[in-house]
Design a binder for this molecule. Structure first.
Ligand code: HEC
Length: 132
């Protein structure tokens, strides 16, 4: 085997290993890696002073309504995901976040996401008042 063949093989392996979506394709974990881990980190521990930890967070494991409102509509430096992810994906992703890294929150169903989405549309004013 020539030197260049070895290099090309090494580069291919490196490319596959560095693409999380290729490794975890379609899983709730891949949704988290693709949409959230850049800020909240793959460990869910966040970055102190910039991105809050989702691991061990009482907010994340508590009532589903404010968690859904945060992720659908965004908040401060947190982007909104209502136009990027459908109900099934958000259900899988948020259930992953609420039950990973030792978290013990209840799952969130696609129906829960749909209901929160509908509320967001009709009750914009009420939702923004609640946030303060
Ligand atoms: C661009 C960076 C960024 C991305 C991407 C991001 N977040 Fe956030 N997130 C933040 C910031 C900043 C906050 C704190 C907002 C604030 O100060 O109110 C936050 C807050 C949160 C909170 C509330 C935490 C608490 O204790 O109040 C949750 C839950 C959350 N994010 C979940 C997610 C999920 C799930 C995703 C992926 C779908 C995601 N975030 C993607 C930056 C991000």
């Amino acid at each position: 085997m020539s030197r260049s063949t070895v290099w090309v093989r090494g580069a291919l392996v490196a490319a596959l290993l560095s693409a999380p979506s290729a490794v975890f394709a379609g899983s709730p974990q891949s949704l988290f890696m693709d949409n959230c881990s850049a800020c909240h980190q793959s460990t869910g521990k966040g970055v102190k002073g910039a991105f809050p930890a989702l691991a061990g967070s009482p907010f994340v494991q508590g009532d589903a309504t404010p968690v859904l409102a945060t992720v659908l509509a965004g908040r401060a430096g947190m982007p909104a995901f209502k136009d990027d992810l459908n109900d099934a994906d958000l259900s899988a992703l948020l259930t992953y976040v609420r039950t990973s890294w030792g978290n013990k929150g209840k799952p969130i169903s696609a129906a829960d996401v749909a209901a929160a989405r509908a509320k967001l549309k009709t009750g914009k004013k009420a939702a923004s008042l609640q946030a303060h």
